[in-house]
Design a protein around this ligand. Structure first.
Ligand SMILES: Nc1ncnc2c1ncn2[C@@H]1O[C@H](COP(=O)(O)OP(=O)(O)OP(=O)(O)O)[C@@H](O)[C@H]1O
Ligand SMILES: [Mg+2]
Length: 297
């Protein structure tokens, strides 16, 4: 069955979207079958991978966007999967194996107007529909906003693993702490809706440092994060095997540029001579480390 993974931190702008898109792309390049859900109404991952022209059509009609699963509710997730989402300039498929369920700005209504059936919260509806897709994938990723409101709840309830992107600063540590707190409350609240077939409730399995500048020593913030992780593991608020990932992603201009190009970083000049020591190789190594860090094996 697919590994189901959310990237989440209560701190915004730490690199959740850039990490999840680039790791998903690197795994697809390794031959894995990958599905990425964009659960953030900002639609950053959707705009990045679809580019503006394709995304604008979804945003203006609302058709094909994740909110249509809830309202009008007649759409099944399987009908809105964009297969092999990444396209080259002439529309050719350049990364077979990476599929996307896009969002548009109307997802914000899930947090407001949408009430649904209290006996079937949005996250349960979502989780049941994702289960139908699972046999088709090795990895299913959920890009979440920096909160645990309804859209994120869909990802967290459906996932069995959570990874916490972080920058080496105090605010990321606070974001992680807040996340652990909210996560515990949500898992207690949603526990009665879980079935054995859904697997174990998602726990924090790891922290990933992102945007590390060359020459900047991050040992102190890393040590603080490790101490907090140790505390959470001891209190069973993080998984027993949770760790700080060895691979960290350097700060690189190409990460910002790749968004404008509508390509994951591994497809932007990935064959350049300096690939051995580049942010591209960071993402590839991170994908391998994640692939090996499988809590179910
Ligand atoms: N390694 C990196 N090097 C350079 N820029 C980066 C790197 N990682 C992320 N960025 C840039 O930092 C900004 C924030 O990244 P990103 O959107 O991935 O964060 P986020 O955690 O998903 O934010 P949000 O909380 O708004 O969803 C973006 O402009 C992104 O291109
Ligand atoms: Mg994001």
């Amino acid at each position: 069955m697919a590994r189901k993974i959310s990237f989440l931190n209560y701190k915004g702008g730490v690199g959740k979207t850039s990490l999840i898109v680039n790791v998903a792309a690197a795994l697809a390049k390794m031959g894995k079958r990958v599905l990425l859900f964009d659960l953030d109404t900002q639609s950053n991952a959707s705009i990045w991978l679809l580019r503006l022209d394709r995304w604008n059509k979804i945003n203006s009609s609302g058709e094909g966007s994740i909110f249509s699963v809830f309202d009008p509710g007649k759409v099944h997730i399987r009908d809105i999967v964009v297969k092999d989402v990444v396209e080259g300039k002439s529309g050719e498929k350049v990364l077979p194996g990476l599929d996307l369920v896009p969002t548009s700005f109307n997802l914000t209504d899930l947090e407001g107007e949408y009430s649904g059936d209290p006996k079937r919260p949005a996250y349960l509806v979502f989780c049941e529909q994702v289960a139908a897709l699972e046999p088709n994938y090795d990895y299913i990723f959920f890009d979440c906003p920096p909160n645990l409101l309804r859209a994120s709840q869909c990802g967290v309830f459906t996932s069995n693993e959570i990874y916490v992107p972080s920058n080496p600063d105090a605010l990321s540590l606070i974001g992680f702490t807040l996340l652990a707190d909210k996560l515990q409350k949500f898992q207690a609240l949603s526990g009665s809706f879980r079935k054995a077939s859904m697997g174990t409730p998602a726990q924090v399995q790891g922290l990933i440092f992102n945007s590390i500048r060359t020459g900047v020593d991050i040992e102190v913030p890393k040590m603080r994060m490790q101490l907090r992780l140790n505390q959470f593991r001891a209190a069973k608020r993080a998984a027993p095997g949770a760790k700080i990932f060895t691979v960290q992603i350097r700060d690189a201009m190409v990460v910002r540029r790749s968004v404008a190009l509508g390509l994951p970083v591994i497809l932007v000049g990935s064959e350049a001579a300096d690939v051995v020591d580049s942010v591209t190789s960071d993402y590839r190594k991170l994908a391998h480390e994640l692939d090996e860090h499988d809590p179910s094996s």
